[in-house]
Design a protein around this ligand. Structure first.
Ligand SMILES: *[C@@H]1O[C@H](CO)[C@@H](O)[C@H](O)[C@H]1NC(C)=O
Ligand SMILES: *[C@@H]1O[C@H](CO)[C@@H](O)[C@H](O)[C@H]1NC(C)=O
Ligand SMILES: *[C@@H]1O[C@H](CO)[C@@H](O)[C@H](O)[C@H]1NC(C)=O
Ligand SMILES: *[C@@H]1O[C@H](CO)[C@@H](O)[C@H](O)[C@H]1NC(C)=O
Ligand SMILES: *[C@@H]1O[C@H](CO)[C@@H](O)[C@H](O)[C@H]1NC(C)=O
Length: 503
């Protein structure tokens, strides 16, 4: 057996030191056993409440014990969630990356174990007690178009004599998920991977081993600050594991939890973690200085009515193509007129936030290694220096995660019956992060589509049939061909309200 290559960066030479081991174990015990996992303790405490028996029995930790004893597994799956399938497993869990298989080992002889939420499948042809199910560990369940490309993980419940032998043992829990799908698109990076990863693993305090299917190396460079904040261990590329490699765990989660678009439902998250916690986490990871946006009244009182008083800063996110602000200069001038100090920026020229753009070769974000990481640091610092943000739907709004709290997010929604979709995607998250949100639904006159189609065209009169016909048509017309020419008179009250909100 070889040592786990991707193991502890902190070094665990101290493992033979029993008092220290017990201390570490006790701390891990406190950190790791979330309320949702409490039930599992019944299995591993075996009569000594509050302390895992494997630590008491296992002179050198659980490794010895696991060789001798396969505990009855506990598996709890949630296949009812509309966003993702997730299984939590406890016992002897063996993961073979080369075949995308997860083995839940049952003690030989016995066929026990506690399985909840499962649809069990027996193999009738062989007669062998073999149970298992398949999962796709990505958070866009039900969206066939993207899920077709997601790696399938097969979970098998097998007796110990039928389970492959361990080649690597990990003493922290595993989280298995896919980095494929829409990853590579800035919005989806946060929505489909980063926030679900935060929900699923943050409460483990870094003591978690990520096992990543369809791992994209550049992605892990780009979001290195975030990933390193969630795990103390190098994320394993499951697909790159050698054919015979079998990684063994005592606990594993297959799939990531996801609650809602770009946000978290604290009632369903371990330790009630919220989007405010996520924002604080990002502030910590990117060393962002501003927790709160400006309070204009306080500032002007403190500074007196003159020199030192600072105006609230507005970031106008611009794009070079698709959903541009055609009259950017007018908008910036208007913002200055109502009292903002306005700056137009594309924040990160490389990252496209348009819906559903495929990964890998996405607009320079792919394959640029550490460049992406540096740009994330720059972008987060830039955005954090503002008090308000203005952007067209799907054009860099995801950057709002880096704004300070109390900041104001203004989303401009183009034509095409996208007001509610826009509200779901970007309207709720700011509020969940203690920020304020304003939405500006443009009128037909403010759309450059009015220069392309006659006003009596169905594109203006009734977008619904187009939605019904196909989403790609919606994308082509309303997201792909439309720029925005803001009517400054109609828009002025929105910016004035934003200023008032910052008092
Ligand atoms: C299995 O575990 C669930 C909780 O996960 C518990 O409610 C149930 O009673 C257990 N069933 C058995 C047979 O132990
Ligand atoms: C049953 O087991 C046989 C032999 O291992 C395998 O080829 C077959 O695919 C299994 N069937 C199902 C439904 O899992
Ligand atoms: C396997 O047997 C069960 C009954 O024992 C039956 O309900 C099920 O349909 C069978 N499955 C297959 C794939 O034959
Ligand atoms: C989470 O919040 C609920 C109320 O929404 C509360 O009952 C529960 O105790 C909280 N859990 C933790 C771990 O704080
Ligand atoms: C924009 O549309 C959304 C969704 O229909 C609606 O809730 C909101 O009030 C509209 N905003 C304005 C300013 O009319």
């Amino acid at each position: 057996m070889k040592p786990a290559p991707a193991r502890n960066k902190k070094g665990r030479g101290a493992l033979c030191n029993l008092p220290l081991l017990l201390l570490i174990a006790a701390i891990q015990f406190l950190v790791i056993y979330s309320p949702t996992l409490d039930r599992y303790m019944v299995m591993i405490t075996s009569g000594k409440p509050g302390f895992p028996s494997l630590l008491l029995d296992g002179r050198r930790g659980f490794k010895l014990v696991e060789d001798e004893l396969v505990p009855e597994p506990r598996v709890r799956c949630d296949f009812g969630d509309p966003r993702s399938d997730v299984c939590e497993m406890e016992g002897s869990i063996r993961i073979r990356g080369s075949t995308s298989e997860v083995f839940v080992v049952t003690p030989s002889g016995g066929k026990g174990g506690n399985f909840t939420g499962l649809i069990k499948k027996s193999n009738n042809t062989t007669g062998i007690e073999e149970e298992g199910w398949v999962m796709q560990p990505y958070t866009r369940k039900g969206e066939a178009r993207v899920m077709n490309g997601i790696r399938t993980v097969t979970v098998r419940v097998v007796p110990s004599d039928a389970a492959p032998a361990c080649t690597v043992r990990h003493d922290v829990p595993a989280v298995v998920y896919s980095n494929g799908g829409y990853c590579g698109n800035y919005y989806h990076d946060f929505n489909d991977n980063i926030i679900p990863l935060f929900i699923t693993s943050r409460h483990l305090g870094g003591e978690v081993q990520l096992l990543v299917a369809q791992k994209q190396a550049w992605w892990f460079h780009k979001y290195r600050e975030i990933v390193d904040g969630l795990t103390n261990y190098h994320a394993v590329d499951l697909d790159a594991d050698a054919a015979g490699e079998v990684r063994c765990f005592r606990r594993a989660t297959v799939g990531l939890r996801s609650h809602k678009d770009l946000s978290i439902d604290p009632r369903r998250a371990p330790h009630n973690l919220s989007m405010v916690d996520f924002k604080r986490f990002l502030m910590w990871r990117y060393a962002l200085p501003r927790e709160h946006a400006i309070r204009t009244d306080e500032e002007s009182e403190d500074a007196g009515a003159g020199a030192g008083s600072r105006r609230p800063r507005l970031l106008v996110i611009t794009r070079r193509s698709r959903r541009r602000f055609v009259n950017l200069d007018e908008i910036v001038a208007l913002a200055e007129e109502v009292g903002f100090e306005a700056t137009a920026s594309d924040v990160m020229s490389s990252s496209s936030s348009s819906s559903s753009k495929k990964n890998t070769n996405n607009g320079g974000a792919g394959g640029d290694g550490d460049g992406g990481q540096a740009r994330m640091a720059e972008a987060s610092a830039l955005v954090n220096s503002f008090d308000a943000m203005l952007a067209v739907h799907g054009s860099g709004l995801t950057n709002l995660v880096f704004l300070p709290m109390n900041a104001v997010v203004i989303q401009v929604v183009p034509l095409g019956r996208m007001e509610e979709l826009a509200m779901d995607e970007y309207g709720v998250p700011p509020r969940d992060m203690n920020m304020r949100y304003l939405q500006y639904n443009i009128s037909a006159e403010e759309s450059t589509l009015s220069e392309v189609y006659p006003r009596a065209h169905p594109v203006f009169l009734d977008p619904m049939p187009i939605h019904k016909q196909s989403w790609s048509l919606v994308k082509d017309i309303y997201l792909g061909k439309q720029d925005v020419r803001i009517n400054v008179n109609r828009f002025r009250p929105v910016l004035q309200k934003a200023i008032r909100l910052l008092r």
